[in-house]
Design a protein around this ligand. Structure first.
Ligand SMILES: [Zn+2]
Ligand SMILES: [Zn+2]
Length: 337
């Protein structure tokens, strides 16, 4: 079978690999669509395991089944990471800190014609797609689930003022979800195209990230933000967030700078103003289920976020589009094309 082998952001090769054979309890899924995630182009994060086949936002059709839960022809979304459900972290709702979650994965990755789904993923990480959810829409289940988890942890609610720093794919999903919750949304970016997208998907106020954001918030909102959601990995965004939270507010690092970069926190100010700093990572099973429901009920507009749909041989072009952050939003690879 053909796979897109990742070496680095500028070197993705179409290679041949044996089609995986499945064992007891496993599935073979024919990959129909797989999204390129912002994290796929974070080179510091991915390069340590290269060469490998990436792709974790994958939907497809069951081609072979050695279990009883799913049958050939079922349309499914497959979660690459699944938690054990019973460890200390899972029992305390930190499913994404579970050791099992970090160790699990399907084989070899979503940018391949077929994937083998291990038994543990079959048991708790395969979701049947309702007939109204396309494979392309299903590639948003994972990214939306991560966003849902983050906003749940931050306890975002109606009337809150949200500031989204960085209006790429995750920023736009955050904007749409916060809008659904009834929040007032400020969004930033440095790229004109993304600023347009932020506006299109419901941000109430759009700011250029280079502006004085705290001053702009004071001007339009009378106070700073209740929740600052950092959706850009640049250190400048991580630092800017520290200036933008109101008293009692939250700073949520959804994206972070690379390892080795530390942040100086004005801890004394934060102490007397009860400002919380938090992070969120990945998605748990409940988040995935909820994300699927939101997509199926058309509560989140994912269709209009898709700017490119490419064949497997064009995976390299797709990576350049996502890494370049130019005039693109969601880039989807169709491994059968
Ligand atoms: Zn992702
Ligand atoms: Zn666990």
């Amino acid at each position: 079978m053909r796979v897109a082998m990742y070496y680095n952001n500028n070197d993705i090769r179409i290679e041949d690999m044996p089609k995986p054979t499945i064992g007891k309890g496993e599935l073979l899924v024919k990959a129909m669509a797989c999204g390129i995630c912002g994290s796929d182009v974070m080179e510091w994060y991915r390069i340590k395991k290269a060469p490998r086949v990436l792709g974790h936002e994958m939907a497809g059709v069951v081609a072979e089944s050695e279990g009883t839960q799913f049958k050939i022809g079922d349309r499914v979304f497959v979660s690459h990471h699944v938690p054990c459900g019973s460890c200390h972290y899972c029992r305390n709702d930190h499913h994404t800190a579970c050791e099992t979650l970090h160790k699990t994965n399907f084989d070899p990755g979503g940018f391949a014609e077929f994937i083998r789904v291990p038994e543990i993923n079959v048991k708790s990480g395969v979701y049947l797609l309702p007939s109204n959810v396309s494979f392309e829409q299903a590639t948003f289940i994972e990214p939306l689930a991560c966003v849902l988890r983050a906003q749940k942890l931050a306890k975002i609610k109606k009337g809150d003022t949200i500031l989204v720093l960085g209006s790429g794919i995750s920023g736009v999903l955050h904007i749409q979800l916060a809008k659904l919750y009834g929040a007032k949304i400020f969004a930033t970016d440095i790229n004109e195209y993304r600023i347009t997208m932020a506006k299109k998907f419901g941000a109430d106020y759009i700011l250029n990230a280079k502006e004085n954001i705290p001053a702009k918030l004071m001007e339009s909102n009378g106070r700073l933000a209740d929740h600052v959601i950092v959706c850009a990995g640049a250190l400048s965004a991580a630092k800017q967030a520290l200036q933008c939270a109101d008293r009692g507010g939250t700073i949520l690092y959804f994206a972070v700078p690379e390892p080795g970069i530390d942040l100086n926190i004005p801890i004394n100010d934060f102490w007397r103003n009860e400002i919380r700093i938090m992070t969120s990572y990945g998605a748990g099973p409940d988040d995935l289920k909820e994300a699927l429901k939101l997509i199926s009920n058309s509560k989140i507009n994912v269709n209009d976020m898709i700017t490119h749909s490419l064949g497997l041989a064009e995976t390299g072009i797709g990576f350049k589009l996502v890494a370049g952050a130019g005039n693109s939003m969601k880039v989807i690879i169709k491994p059968q094309e």
